[in-house]
Design a protein around this ligand. Sequence first.
Ligand SMILES: [Zn+2]
Length: 248
Amino acid sequence: MRLLKTEAIVLKNNLIGETDKIATLFTKSYGKLQAVAKGARRSKSRFVNAIRLFVVANYVIFEGQNYYYIDQWELIEAHKNIEKDLAKFSVASYIAETINKILEENQKSERLYLFLKHSLKAVDELQIDPLIFISSYNLKLVSLLGYMPQLDNCVVCGKRENLKYFSNSCGGAVCINCKNKCFDAKPLHEVTLKAIKYFLKGDYDKLQNIKVSRVIKEEVDKIITAYMKEHLEIEFKSKDFIDKLQNM
Ligand SMILES: [Zn+2]
């Protein structure tokens, strides 16, 4: 029997059997795995909080024949504010879903783990605008996965002037002279480009006090969402809810 000791974040949980729950954990040392919390559906179980969504904890997990089982756990971060706030909860759900979909079973990435931990902490502690936060998160995520869009220079000729288009297939900003070289080049407002750069490079706490018009926010979101779809080839369900939240 193998014992795993690792820090991990709860991405998802489901019911299993009569009294148990199964959690999708992103572990720092062993990647993504499914772990059963025996008896977690009973209110007095010591595992009730162990598999709460977005919890960060140190776990001792043993490998059974068919499943991993949580044996012990110690809380590191509960993210209490996320639980209490619908907007924060939606953003955190989106973040957990993206990471869950990107990772294969047992796929390990300490960089992605730390990025997730940092992002959830920001959602929990900062005042956030859901759409701005998600755009910034998405840009940081695609960049971390190796698809950082080129924003300072034209992706075709490298010039820094007249970057008036954006192309998913070419991978970033395109100047007026090169727009025909990228079949999907779409017009890009100067302010939108500025916002995208800021969302990508600025840390989350820098997003708290910026003023961005709704039109620009939505344009940035549209561009990033399409860019992610093109490069990661995944679509995310919980994003729909965030879009609805904008209209509430
Ligand atoms: Zn160019």
